[in-house]
Design a protein around this ligand. Structure first.
Ligand code: NAD
Ligand code: DAU
Length: 358
């Protein structure tokens, strides 16, 4: 089987659903602490699948991780679990250091002991895939080339600094002890199950409730947006065929200003779910900027294309269309995660056993 940490979050849920859509896929054990961002309800469609199991555990918990490794003997670990929201890291960074740095360190340590104990054949097959971010490279000027795998580290927020620290620990585990690691640096994802604190789902849910659509500063910051299922496909390619110890950048070749992203969302909503009067664009409101706000991210994903033949399949227009349609059809999901009611619902429905719990 494979282990997925943080599989109840946005990208982890999408990854597990995508993985299990293949009838030949290996079983998955989802290890998630269920912070505010983790929602096992995302995975209720696979809860009855014999290949899916869920364990509520903290990646910082030494005993829990050691026990799970020796009991289930995974062939690979895909490490998604993290505190992921930049604005939260600016308000308070403790949890970011605990989970992103100490948690990754614990996972690496326990994986190393486990890997060293394996027979030769299983040791050769084992992989530790660390899911990192383009934010570790810092911010680009308008004319800079996009980030490549050799761009220097220059993290600017507590979130990106904690991810950078984790990346270095992963690198050291491979370099010093030979742990078969792979690291990916992905750009901004969007799509179903995206927690509505992040720009795209926040704008959709605010627009649908007639609330202002907050754009930080001048709205001219640039991100490179990738539809989440393209990220999942890239991770599968890296896991299957990536060279051990290597890093791979994943991006959408799709740089957009935040203003353009929000205007596109408004136009898509105008078409699919018109307001009684006027356009959603009228709700756009410029607000105080994020402290230390990175101006531009862009990914050069040629290594992944040349070595593993991966390219994104979704265009920005088609991906945004799918995303808006998903949120329009899943207003209950947004209402639940926003109110925290889904936690109560889960307890009511499943007691101490979220969907798929062992
Ligand atoms: P998310 O915040 O939606 O989900 C994080 C998940 O991790 C949640 O289910 C949460 O419960 C779990 N978690 C948090 N702390 C934990 C702990 N101590 N032990 C076990 N589980 C814990 O995040 P996401 O957007 O899905 O991002 C997943 C990964 O991808 C992160 O490592 C993030 O840095 C990286 N990433 C995200 C993006 C993006 O655009 N969202 C882009 C590039 C890389
Ligand atoms: O680049 C990858 C990163 O993308 C991931 O590593 C992070 O986990 C993920 O959260 C994301 O970080 P960002 O800070 O880029 O995403 P966010 O959706 O928070 O913001 C996107 C841009 O929109 C950013 O420039 C800030 C801006 N923004 C965000 C919010 C929430 C606004 O203008 N208004 C808002 O209300």
């Amino acid at each position: 089987m494979i282990f997925v940490t943080g599989g109840a979050g946005f990208i982890g849920s999408n990854f597990i659903l995508d993985w299990l859509a293949d009838p030949h896929a290996e079983p998955v054990l989802n290890i998630d602490k269920l912070t505010y961002a983790g929602n096992p309800y995302n995975l209720s469609s696979v809860a009855g699948d014999a290949r899916y199991a869920f364990v509520q555990a903290d990646i910082c918990d030494e005993q829990a991780i050691a026990t799970l490794l020796s009991r289930y003997r995974p062939r690979a670990i895909l490490h998604f679990a993290a505190e992921s929201h930049v604005d939260r890291s600016i308000h308070r960074s403790d949890e970011f250091i605990l989970t992103n740095v100490n948690g990754t360190f614990n996972l690496l340590n326990k994986s190393l002991h486990y890997w060293q104990s394996l027979p030769e054949r299983e040791r050769a097959d084992f992989r530790f895939l660390h899911v990192s971010t383009d934010e570790v490279y810092g911010s680009l000027a308008p004319d800079d080339p996009p980030f490549s795998e050799t761009s220097p580290y220059s993290p600017n927020s507590p979130y990106s600094a904690s991810k950078a620290a984790a990346d270095h620990l992963v690198r050291a585990s491979h370099h010093t002890y030979g742990l078969p690691t792979l690291t990916t640096h992905c750009s901004n994802n969007y799509g179903p199950y995206h927690f509505p604190e992040k720009l795209i789902p926040l704008v959709i849910s605010h627009a649908l409730s007639g609330k202002p659509l907050p754009l930080y500063g001048d709205g001219q910051q640039i991100r490179d947006w990738l539809y989440v299922s393209d990220h999942c496909t890239a991770l599968r390619a890296v896991l299957a065929r990536g060279r051990i110890g290597q890093t791979y950048n994943i991006g959408g070749w799709n740089e957009q200003t935040n203003l353009h992203v929000v205007q596109t969302l408004c136009d898509t909503l105008d078409e699919l779910h018109p307001r009684a009067r006027g356009s959603y664009r009228e709700l756009i409101t410029f607000v105080k900027d994020r402290p230390g706000h990175d101006r531009r991210y862009a990914i050069d994903a040629r290594k992944l294309e040349h070595e593993l033949g991966w390219r994104p399949t979704e265009s920005f227009q088609s991906g945004i269309g799918k995303t808006v349609r998903w949120y329009l059809a899943h207003g209950d999901w947004v209402a639940q995660v926003r109110s925290g009611a889904y936690l109560n619902w889960l307890r009511q429905q499943y007691g101490d056993h979220p969907p798929g719990a062992l």
